[in-house]
Design a protein around this ligand. Structure first.
Ligand code: MG
Ligand code: ZN
Length: 223
């Protein structure tokens, strides 16, 4: 990609992202941009999160995929309003797509928007969507070398969720090395070790999200 083109695309994206951020802020909505490689478990994490937090925190989901509405269908089954954005070949969501997704959702009373980015650890790191935080998800089946190979996303994220810890006995992932590698890039990273299959460790993730949402409440509503 030519650098000047890249620069102008990113500059245009920044403007729309800022507008999205303002839109969300005014409504007291906390938004997470969930990023991982394909198959790490983003949709399963969202299904679990929606099932658990949905009854206590009004939430909505934006699903990004190159094709199909399979993931939005999965999330809707757990009772959350979800819109599917098909990027038509694009390997990441951009702020314009998220603006369209937000416009399609009924956000009345919503406090939390969960955005599932396209499965890709590379360019989603460079595209601000207007979210409050990026959260990177890695699974132990991918091995421990993702942080040094894709440092940008670990640097940009507020939290790292390590998924599929129930499979640790069956794979060669060095968990300590994985965490060490990520924290070397970003010492402020919150780390959650979970299994979205068994539910192990997810309570801490829910607690963190609850806290993030509470902190985003508009000051006048906080009493
Ligand atoms: Mg998915
Ligand atoms: Zn991309």
């Amino acid at each position: 990609m030519e650098i000047p083109v890249n620069k102008s695309i990113l500059a245009a994206n920044e403007d729309i992202a800022a507008a999205n951020r303002h839109f969300l802020h005014q409504r007291g909505i906390y938004a997470v941009n969930l990023i991982s490689s394909p198959g790490a478990g983003k949709t399963t994490l969202l299904e679990r999160t929606v099932a658990t937090l949905g009854p206590e925190i009004p939430l909505a989901v934006i699903e990004g995929d190159i094709e199909t509405s399979l993931d939005a269908d999965r999330v809707r089954r757990h009772g959350a309003p979800a819109v599917q954005i098909n990027t038509a070949g694009n390997c990441h969501l951009d702020a314009r797509m998220v603006r369209e997704g937000l416009a399609q959702l009924d956000l009345d009373g919503v406090k939390l928007v969960l955005i599932e980015n396209v499965g890709n650890l590379i360019c989603p790191a460079g595209f601000d969507l207007g979210e409050h935080e990026k959260v990177v998800l890695v699974s132990v089946t991918e091995g421990e070398d993702k942080p040094p190979k894709y440092p940008h996303i670990f640097l940009e994220s507020a939290a790292m969720i390590i998924n599929k810890i129930d499979l640790l006995p069956y794979c060669d992932c060095d968990l300590a090395k994985l965490k060490e590698g990520a924290l070397r890039i970003n010492p402020r990273l919150r780390v959650f070790e979970v299994s979205c299959r068994t539910g192990e460790g997810l309570e801490k993730w829910y607690a963190w999200l609850r806290q993030q949402v509470a902190q985003s409440e508009p000051a006048e509503a906080g009493g």
